[in-house]
Design a protein around this ligand. Structure first.
Ligand SMILES: Cc1ncc(COP(=O)(O)O)c(C=O)c1O
Length: 461
């Protein structure tokens, strides 16, 4: 039977969707017996049965178990090979185990020896200079995660401004940063659903506004108690929500006028280009935070600030940034992470590599869009450089709230299982696809073909 695509926008038959999910679940269970057995054998000593609890978000009742990975490919315990558009939810944006990072890690760890000594290595100055070239702010320090980069940037912002609160955008995600688990609602700001063991009600620490609403930002900042706005220049963790024309200029103007610092979290928006959105869109943040991908998958993060802010914090007698003042970590800036950052930024995620990654993402986006148009599916796809994501609403969402309202866990499960069962990995959270330097046009086309088949199965009556 042909898919019913004529006339107005296609509608999803929920009964058909449920049947297809059952079919895909059964195929998944049958196709990946070694992963199924490994999960069953994991026993009771892992919290939730997995090494990190969000691994439970993979569909199908058990996660695939990773055997090997290289470039844009992952293989599982049963020997299946996948085109990996998940790329460790950005941790592997450089591709899996790129040769330059393998060499740098093995030289540092095996040949020279010493992953962590509390002594500096000369690579760090090169990495900081390269981060300055890319992201404009010019004094850098290192962390092990993007979460810590955000935590420490927030502390510095509070210290510098002597203000108690920060502002974030509704449905943002900046890692497990206590202050950021707050959403806007018609009843006013609220702790985000499921916020685990919050130290205080986030309304005590944070003001929250919807993205693309500069009047709301103006209103919240006019209280005069906001140290910093912590933002992704485009939201990426509730689907991609792009800034409207002039919005980021307005954010900068409003923050400056109210004496509020602006922190760009480029951890995911790094996909926009070699210097993230900051460089791609000519932004002027006071601080930049980043993590995940900058060391080729080896744990590393970084935060940078302007010279003026750096000098002020270093000269502040009340700020202990060397010992027990709340900024820093024993393994932060360790020799292994720094060596991996140097190789990743110097040889893998280069300006030229981004040209190729963005071109493949553009092809991926065009492929999905052609499927949506030809099937008259009421969904959208947004692209941010090397990243693309589809969302189940006919118009691109303007705010985190709108994007959240377009969430559809059943469609997510169907599309994720359909893809995995046919050799394609998307992130287990919503429908993000990321390109690494090794991702090819053929990979993008393979996704388009599987996505088209999934759509046709869904629309067949
Ligand atoms: C924008 C952004 N910032 C920070 C983080 C935290 O990264 P990590 O979990 O590696 O600390 C994330 C994680 O998804 C993120 O998306």
């Amino acid at each position: 039977m042909a898919p019913s695509t004529t006339g107005s926008l296609a509608t999803v038959d929920r009964g058909r969707l449920a049947t297809l999910i059952d079919r895909e679940r059964a195929a998944y269970r049958a196709s990946f017996p070694r992963s199924r057995d490994a999960f069953a054998a994991a026993g009771n000593h892992l919290l939730g049965g997995v090494p990190m609890t969000w691994m439970r978000m993979w569909p199908g009742g058990f996660p695939l178990y990773h055997a090997t990975a290289s470039g844009a490919r992952v293989t599982d315990l049963d020997g299946h090979e996948f085109i990996d558009f998940c790329l460790g939810d950005t941790g592997a944006m450089a591709g899996h185990s790129p040769a330059a990072v393998q060499a740098a890690v093995s030289r540092r760890y095996a040949e020279l020896g010493g992953a962590t000594t509390m002594l500096p290595t000369p690579d760090a100055a090169w990495v900081a200079g390269e981060l300055t070239r890319r992201f404009t702010v010019d004094r850098w320090s290192f962390t092990l995660t993007a979460t810590d980069a955000n935590r420490w940037a927030i502390r510095l912002a509070r210290q510098l401004t002597r203000r108690p609160k920060i502002a974030v955008f509704s449905y943002c995600y900046h890692g497990s940063v206590d202050e950021a688990f707050i959403v806007a609602s018609p009843q006013g700001p609220q702790s985000r659903a499921g916020n685990v063991g919050a130290p205080v009600d986030p309304r005590e620490t944070t003001r929250v506004v919807e993205f693309n609403d500069h009047a709301a930002l103006e209103r919240e900042l006019s209280h005069g108690d906001i140290a910093a706005v912590l933002m992704e220049p485009a939201l990426t963790n509730i689907g991609i929500v792009l800034p409207e024309a002039g919005y980021l200029d307005a954010v900068r103007e409003i923050t400056r006028r109210h004496g509020t610092l602006l922190i760009n979290d480029e951890t995911h928006t790094f996909s926009a280009g070699p210097g993230g959105c900051t460089a791609a869109w000519g932004l002027e943040p006071d601080m930049v935070t980043i993590g995940k991908s900058i060391a080729g998958g080896i744990p590393a993060g970084a935060y940078g600030l302007t010279t003026e802010l750096a000098e002020r914090i270093l000269a502040d007698p009340a700020a202990d940034i060397e010992d027990t003042g709340g900024v820093g970590g024993t393994l932060a800036g360790n020799a292994l992470s720094v060596a991996a950052m140097e190789a990743t930024l110097g040889e893998v995620l280069t300006d030229e590599a981004f040209d190729g990654m963005v071109a493949v993402a553009t092809r991926f986006t065009a492929g999905v869009r052609s499927v949506l148009d030809s099937r008259r599916l009421p969904w959208t796809i947004a692209q941010l450089g090397a990243r693309a994501e589809y969302r189940f609403c006919p118009e691109p969402p303007r705010t985190g709230g709108q994007s959240e309202a377009a969430a559809d866990p059943e469609l997510d499960e169907y599309l994720h299982l359909y893809s995995i069962n046919r050799g394609i990995l998307m992130t287990p959270f919503h429908n993000m696809a990321l390109m690494c330097p090794a991702t090819t046009d053929a990979d993008a086309d393979a996704h388009t073909a599987v996505f088209a088949a999934a759509a046709d199965d869904l629309l067949t009556r």
